[in-house]
Write a protein that binds this ligand. Structure first.
Ligand code: URP
Ligand code: ZN
Ligand code: ZN
Length: 487
């Protein structure tokens, strides 16, 4: 008599806490047993010599989204999530991106429709608020958070997306009241706009000047300003795509003071530098993303930030544009750096690049890899314990890795819509060979085995990470503000 649908036999199972030799049994899409000598399944996968890891949780990906300048990106939910799955990721949190003048509810409904049609793995949305009208603040945000969209994203830069300090405070306090995480693209807009214009005026237009136009101090300045605003209203924040040593230091200091400030970085800040933009003609446009890649010293500081826990996650910031007239070259064959859509593909390479650096090359151990790539992002965004671990009762989202497999990264093996790989020529050791989502085989033997639209929406209540500390700023503390009730 069979009691399980599937047993993954004889692998090395890793969680954020432990590594063990064990079989994993799956029933009705969930993990039903972890143990040795399990038996009684309809199907078995031999995982001898392989690692059995939780599927990756990528909490920062732009999919089927208009860029800051109104250009549609190169992926559908189908192509993006297929590419995520081939790279070992089984949950993606992408964006429902409001632009000025749009109803946030309509935007969220539209993204639901797109994902329902295309996604092959499970997904959720952060709501991008670009137009914090009274309706958005008082009506739409609280309702949408209650409906399971428990994270909000805001930009402090980009002409058409940025919110000013007052609007940002409106969003922060609404998030506190409704219990949602606030994620922020934090760079000083004025410094970037001013320096970019100065470069253009002097004829420095090539893609490599994109890196110069985002001064490193614009990151630390915006982080400090954002942290001051978040601590005024006691709202936890996630600072996205940390790129500089100074940025890591600002976050470390805030966390040392007991503030609930979380930090994310991305593979591009660990493996690329500004020198990657210095290519002949327009080719450097492939590496134009914001904030830009910096220096090897910044890479080291960011690794240290991950090691010490100042930064908790490594997301892809997948923002795909083709290197042609539909994407990076939409303004012509020789665009100025200001005319290039910002972003790069990354969903498929995030896990293999980090596995190679952390596990194969020994920078951190297997448990830390699982923690940073799966468990902690699931916890930060209210997806845990359903996602992010191998535990009884969790969804059977599992990536089986061949730790010895060497793969040369190049565009031909990628599944996203961009047609190029920013990591062309780099070889990694370790690759996810079989990927399961809720027990369904998504990827096996190099092929895709599920249909577009088979991914499910994950309604999320905010987890403990989004709970306020309760430490009131003097201005919000009735004991110290002459009794004013500001919450
Ligand atoms: O360059 C990037 N990262 N593009 C995507 C939008 C954003 O800044 O997050
Ligand atoms: Zn951003
Ligand atoms: Zn982004």
């Amino acid at each position: 008599m069979t009691s399980y649908d599937l047993i993954i036999r004889g692998g090395t199972v890793a969680t954020a806490a432990d590594v063990m030799a064990a079989d994993v049994a799956v029933k009705d899409g969930r993990i039903a047993a972890i143990g040795q000598g399990l038996s009684g399944a309809d199907r078995e996968i031999d995982a001898g010599g392989k690692l059995v890891l939780p599927g990756g949780v990528d909490t920062h990906a732009h999919i089927e989204q208009l860029s800051a300048s109104g250009l549609m990106n190169a992926d559908t939910f189908e192509s993006a999530t297929v590419s995520a799955a081939f790279g070992g990721t089984t949950t993606v949190v992408s964006f429902a991106a409001q632009h000025v003048g749009m109803s946030l509810s309509n935007v969220v409904a539209e993204y639901h429709g797109l994902a329902e049609k295309g996604a092959v793995i499970d997904y959720a949305f952060h709501m991008i608020v670009a137009d914090a009208t009274e309706t958005v603040i008082k009506d739409e945000l609280p309702r949408l958070v209650r409906e399971g969209h428990s994270s909000i994203k805001v930009f402090m830069t980009y002409d058409r997306m940025k919110v000013d300090d007052q609007k940002l405070l409106d969003i922060l306090i609404t998030a506190r009241e409704t219990r949602a995480m606030v994620c922020v693209h934090a760079e000083n807009h004025g410094m970037i706009a001013w320096l970019a214009q100065r470069l253009l005026d002097r004829g420095y237009t090539a893609p490599k000047y994109h890196a110069v136009s985002h001064p490193r101090s614009s990151e630390a300045e915006a982080f400090n300003r954002l942290i001051a605003m978040a601590s005024l209203v006691d709202q936890p924040i996630m600072i996205y795509h940390v790129s500089t040593a100074e940025g890591v230091a600002v976050i470390r200091k805030a966390r040392g003071e007991g503030l609930k400030v979380f930090g994310e970085t991305c593979p591009q800040y660990l493996f690329l530098t500004a020198a990657d933009l210095d290519k002949p003609g327009a080719e450097g446009a492939k590496w134009c993303f914001s904030p830009p890649a910096r220096t090897t010293a910044d890479q080291e500081a960011i690794w240290r930030g991950l090691e010490l826990g100042d930064l908790q996650t490594v997301s892809s910031d997948h923002a795909p544009y083709r290197f042609d007239e539909t994407g990076k070259l939409s303004a012509g064959p020789n665009p100025t750096f200001k005319q290039v859509a910002n972003g790069m593909p990354g969903l498929e390479t995030r896990m293999p690049l980090l596995f190679d650096a952390m596990v194969s090359k020994g920078r951190m151990n297997l448990q830390r890899f699982v923690d940073i790539m799966s468990t902690t992002p699931a916890k930060l965004y209210g997806l845990h314990p359903r996602k992010g671990s191998i535990a009884i009762g969790a969804d059977a989202d599992i990536a089986i890795w061949d730790p010895e497999k060497k793969v040369a990264l190049n565009a031909d093996i990628m599944h996203d819509g961009t047609g190029y790989s920013p990591y062309e020529g780099r070889t990694v050791t370790g690759w996810p060979v079989t990927v399961l989502s809720r027990g369904r085989t998504v990827v096996e033997n190099g092929g895709l085995h599920v249909k577009a639209g088979s991914g499910e929406f994950l309604a999320r209540e905010a987890g403990p990470a989004a709970e306020p500390t309760g430490n009131l700023s003097p201005e919000f503390d009735p004991q110290r503000n002459f009794g004013a009730q500001l919450y």
